[in-house]
Design a protein around this ligand. Sequence first.
Ligand SMILES: Cc1ncc(C[n+]2csc(CCOP(=O)(O)OP(=O)(O)O)c2C)c(N)n1
Ligand SMILES: [Mg+2]
Length: 271
Amino acid sequence: MDLEKKCIEIRKNILKEIGTLGVGHIGGSLSIVETLVVLYYKHMNIDPNSPQMVGRDRLVVSKGHSGPAVYAVLADLGYFPKNWLLTLNKPGTNLPSHCDMNRTPGVDMTTGSLGQGFSCAVGIAKASKIKKDSATIYTIIGDGETQEGQIWESAMFASHHDLNNLIAFTDYNKLQLDGKTQDICSIDPLDKKWEVFGWNVIVVENGNSCTEIDEAVKKAKVFKSKPTMIILNTVKGCGVSFAEKAGASNHSMTVSEEMFKEGIEELGGDQ
Ligand SMILES: Cc1ncc(C[n+]2csc(CCOP(=O)(O)OP(=O)(O)O)c2C)c(N)n1
Ligand SMILES: [Mg+2]
């Protein structure tokens, strides 16, 4: 499968979701598109016809405000009808703005309270070890989210318990809700922090490249003694100019009909 082409389709669907609602978390959704596509279409052992399959791989998107990106992929994989995408965050929807495992088929963990999803992923990885199944547990955290104390408690736990079935990603887009991560509370040097917490660390120069992410995941899968943190240098709003240009204002932004059309055009027009 042409993964880069798939990313374009997914970006268009994110624009449709948020454009239909008129507002949403576009920046953080667009920055993890390649990660989701590489995991869901290339690495994860899952079955969209059996979302609760025993022993399946899991993905906990701890930065739960990126729900629109997750939904675009899950709909494409057939977990639910694509027209659900037009109901994002509307009354009665099954697609709330933040991920909810009780409402959306395919979502492995309810997230949105930053830091908590990562802890849950660590717990799922420990449970998988106890059950002796062969699942890989994936999780994505944000760079702003990395400031949460809860991240570091579970980081210690994961390395102490040698959770080599856990592969985490930091969406290191250098921006959080209202500014630059560096200005608000620097998390650097990020690779060294994870190393001293006992993790295997892989830095991906271009975190919006499917090839580079794929290489990193392959390396993480064969590393057999520790959990792995893959640090992805990403761009918040990646692939849609108006979102990229907005900088930190793209965290949750208004998307007018005009902006929606401009974005779709930039991505090569409607399918
Ligand atoms: C515990 C908690 N505090 C604050 C928030 C509000 N909030 C939602 S997203 C966000 C910024 C997160 O930044 P980052 O992790 O860098 O993710 P990105 O915006 O880059 O996707 C904040 C502060 C929250 N959801 N949970
Ligand atoms: Mg960020």
